[in-house]
Design a protein around this ligand. Sequence first.
Ligand code: FAD
Length: 824
Amino acid sequence: MRDRAQTVIVGAGIVGVSAAFHLSELGVTDILVLEQGPLFETGGSTSHAPGIIFQTNPSRTMCRIAQDSVALYDTLEVDGERAWYGVGGLEVATTPERMEELKRRQGFARSWGIDGTEMLTPAEAAERSPLLDPTMILGAYWVPTDGAGKGVKIVEALARRASEGGVSFEGGVTVTGFDVRDGRVHAVQTDRGRVECERVLVCAGIWGPSVGALAGVPIPLIAVQHQLVWTDPIPELADLEGDTWAQQPVVRHQDFSMYFRQRDDHFGVGNYRHEPIATPQHMIRRPGGEMQPSLMPFTPEHFELAEAETARLFPALAGSMQPSDPARSINGMFSFTPDAGSVVGESAKVRGFWVCEAVWVTHAAGMARQVAEWMVEGEPGYDLAEADANRFYPFQTSAPYVRQRGMQQYREVYDIIHPLQQPTAPRNLRLTPFFERHRTLGAEFFTGAGWERPQWFDANRDLAQGVSHEWARRTGWMARGWSPTVGAEHLATRSHAALFDITPFAKFDVEGSGALAFLERVFANRIDRPVGSIVYTAALTPRGGIRLDLTVIRKDEQLFRVVTGGGSGQHDLTWLRRQLRNGEQVRITERTGSLFALGLWGPRARDVLAAVTEADVSNEGFPYMTARYLDVGEVSPVWAQRISYAGELGWELYGQIAMGRRVWDVLWEAGREHGLIAAGGGAFDSLRLEKGYRLWGQDIDTERDPLSAGLGFAVRWDKDFQGREALERIRETGPPSRLACMTFDDVHTVVMGKEPILHDGRVVSYVTSATYGYSVGRGIVYGYLPAELAVEGTPIEIESFGVRHAATVTNDPLWDPKGERLKV
Ligand code: FAD
């Protein structure tokens, strides 16, 4: 075995080999792939997956990655044996609710570029899947390019091509440790000796947490057992001719958490309809035993319901599901993470330590291409925030958290998940000092980054009762996770004032003699401004995409406060720290957990604040986009920033978390006579969208640049910054698409995001953000439109649950376009 390689890949399952292939395609060939099992039927999860691919996914990134995988698998063969069968995919509905969900899924497919999808009647579905009983279903969703692949053949084909490029593969070698010094990996230790290397890519599937632990890197996933039965032969399939490996569509019966596929003269029946059975790392075997190490003994008691349901949906399969060969019934293990996302990227803890974990066959080749691009070009082609290995807060990598959330992901794998659906456990992990006050006010909580956050307050119900607007009568899907009180809180913020608990915003202090130069280098806006200035800025990728957006406040000559969203906090912090150069005199400190934050916003905000402080809070004394210390009651000091996500006059107030409640109480008392209310996340989102504030991860991400996003005002061309060259090129040609604001023509229509946008009957884009604008009295959507369509007055349509709604491109923002309300 070689004793050095530039890149060592751990694991020769479908992910590791796909990564080796893509790296070699990008010109990196000094690669050694180490595999503890035999090549290439290694005994890992890939060895017994039925290889089914349903590409439709609510995530744009994951859907495109699945399409990329299919495109590659479709080109592969081993000695004339094909690896991919694009037999089409049917997702059937047995309930009206699922039927609606399938229409929503078709919307995702249309938004994310899957062509040729159809909604089918039961009879049409049965024409394509002849053993399906059409009387059992209400209809089906059809994707012609879905299908099934031979996992191990895909691996073999890719390995051959990678070998031709110079990549080496070694089976029967177990990685036992890593030489990590000075924060980076130098070598891999194995049971067959040491391999010097510059970087490692861990593709160890369910063994990931153990392999990561060898380098001190948490990989938060659990191995869950999943049932698959290959039936006995079925007489109805005896006469298939030609290549019989897959001729009939793959079928999903999500109302019962099951899937089916024909293989030769029998079926594979997959079952998630049982309590999840997690296997702890120490119980996962090594290769070499009687049973492949990613298999556990079959548990027939968990298959009983599935067997009965199969016999109903596919009557021909009745009696075939206790196969004579016991090896045809398996509990196979694969990875589940706390948020169902993959875990991909370079560890923030150890340089040169890359991971590509929790990836299905569906996404393997596509995700491997992304990680290969990231390793070679410094950036993946797609925005991978949702798969970023560094997105987890430390508590989210703890064993109980990973276990609870991972098991829940298994339970929900085929569930209809509403965008506002909240996990029931674990809850109450991170509480702000206002939590008890919120409870008293009847908060409806949602959770983000572990924080409990109010969505709206029951105490404001009376405000809503006086409201006669049509929006107050929302029903069905759009009414879930919503209350008319949301609208009432929105309106009360615009007419009086509201307190928003923004403690979950992530806060970092960047300080030191090199802090200013550092921030000027990484951010596109001018940071060198007088002490007390607030700057909104983006940091860019080398391609000019928006890596993150946040506000930077100059607290002192060499001290800057950075405030960003709670959801992206870990991502932003890790990235910022990674930008530091050796010897740079800059210290970055996380402050989120030690500081409370409150938004006091609305036209009466000044009256409330003036009543509790001696400080001059007049417009002249405390102008917009400035910050300073003041006292609030006896709480001192409170750091006040004159900025507002609601698009109204107001301040953000920060202080020691232990004194937060006092600040709340003092403001609350003073606010009585000014109509102050507590308001939640529902109102917040609607206020911000009316004002046109972009949300990172929805309206902007690494695939969107500031010019397309309408954020050119936050780019300073008179300075140098990362990503400038790429942005200059975009500026020269003009962005081909632009983020546009649209409103529905019918005042009752409202959607939730991700819906396809059509022009002249053709899908031209998708909705990035959507909500109801309670002040403007219309449903609002944002989306990127081809530049020629992104002009006021362009008629477009938004398709939601299969129904098209007329909308019109309008001015952006809708609310207070000159920002006058902020500056009074
Ligand atoms: P693996 O294939 O497990 O490869 C990881 C490799 O790392 C293993 O070969 C292991 O031996 C090696 N390794 C681990 N530790 C070490 C070490 N210390 N030293 C050296 N080598 C090491 N996905 C779909 O998309 N569609 C499906 O229909 C589908 N059905 C499934 C059905 C079942 C029953 C199962 C079990 C899984 C299914 N999956 C499906 C999931 C899919 O199979 C997996 O997500 C995918 O195969 C994971 O690929 P991988 O390369 O990450 O892991």
